[in-house]
Design a protein around this ligand. Structure first.
Ligand SMILES: [Zn+2]
Length: 294
């Protein structure tokens, strides 16, 4: 039987751990080859100046990327990633920020060039399964939305010998998934956050996540992965991203264990290729139903 190979395609260091970190840890420990394709080094945003001290020998605009590259290296080792592949673009920042205009910003990249890079990676790694963001990019980050579209295009092109002939032998992955944050949970947050004096439209470390807007984008999950045995590993990998943590266990860290299991025990996905023909598909494994030929 061929080895199971999984490729995740996101734009920033931390998207892998804060997102489907439990799923990555699970498949890596079960012997699958798990590859993370990361479009940028997360060069945008403000971090604690002390964290940048070790990088003072670098030009100023490279320090944060270097720090976050180290953080991702740490997370990759904790999660057990087989490969970490950068596309080499610059973090575009949140919608409307001046970083959107940067010439190397990911969202300003030539789409065909990005797809060409992805096709080349797909043809050399030969993953049966690919995972990326949903069409709203989880919470609307422009880089998340941009990579969603490029991943779909690369999935369609990789098996076609006429497309990107310089990028290697054609190879068609079998399944494509989106990561899904549970909407029931989001609606619950939107209701309870005001009780804690927090504004659900200004959530997250930088106050740039609008939970109310996210609940308007409702994608039904098809696939639920039980990651509770790997939750400790996911937390450890998330801790690697020191510059992106708000400090402390957060308002949900102190909740009882049965609540924790409900909040953190599962990761959800929506299968988009092949399109589910059942109204309510219930997969429990990303590799379910695959033909394992090389
Ligand atoms: Zn991100």
């Amino acid at each position: 039987m061929a080895q199971r190979r999984l490729m995740l395609v996101f734009p920033h260091p931390d998207d892998e751990s804060f997102g489907p970190g439990g799923t990555i840890a699970k498949y890596a420990r079960e012997g699958a080859a798990v590859h993370y394709v990361c479009a940028t080094r997360g060069e945008v945003g403000t971090v604690d100046a002390a964290l940048l001290k070790p990088y003072e020998h670098l030009p100023e605009d490279q320090r944060l990327g270097a720090l976050r590259g180290q953080e991702l290296r740490c997370a990759a080792d904790v999660l057990g990633l087989t490969g970490l592949h950068y596309l080499g673009y610059r973090d575009s920042g949140m919608a409307g920020s001046p970083d959107n205009q940067h010439s190397r910003a990911f969202i300003n990249a030539d789409p065909a060039e990005v797809v060409g890079q992805l096709v080349k990676l797909i043809r050399s790694i030969r993953p049966q399964v690919i995972v990326t963001f949903d069409p709203f990019g989880g919470y609307g980050h422009p880089d998340h939305i941009f990579i969603h579209h490029r991943t779909h295009e690369a999935f369609a092109a990789a098996g076609d010998a006429r497309r990107y002939p310089e990028a290697g032998e054609p190879y068609q992955p079998q399944k494509l998934y989106w990561t899904i944050f549970p909407r029931g949970l989001l609606k619950f947050f939107v209701r309870v956050l005001p009780l804690f004096g927090r504004d659900p439209s200004k959530f997250g470390r930088n106050g740039d996540i609008n939970l109310r807007e996210i609940t308007a984008h409702d994608y039904a999950p098809t696939t639920r992965i039980d990651v509770w045995p790997y939750y400790g590993i996911k937390q450890q990998a998330s801790q690697c991203h020191t510059s992106q943590l708000s400090g402390g266990p957060g308002m949900f860290g102190r909740w009882p264990r049965f609540v924790q299991r409900r909040l953190n025990g599962y990761e959800l996905f929506r299968r988009v290729e092949p399109a589910p023909d059942e109204e309510r598909l219930k997969e429990r494994d990303l590799f379910e139903g695959l033909q394992m030929v090389d």
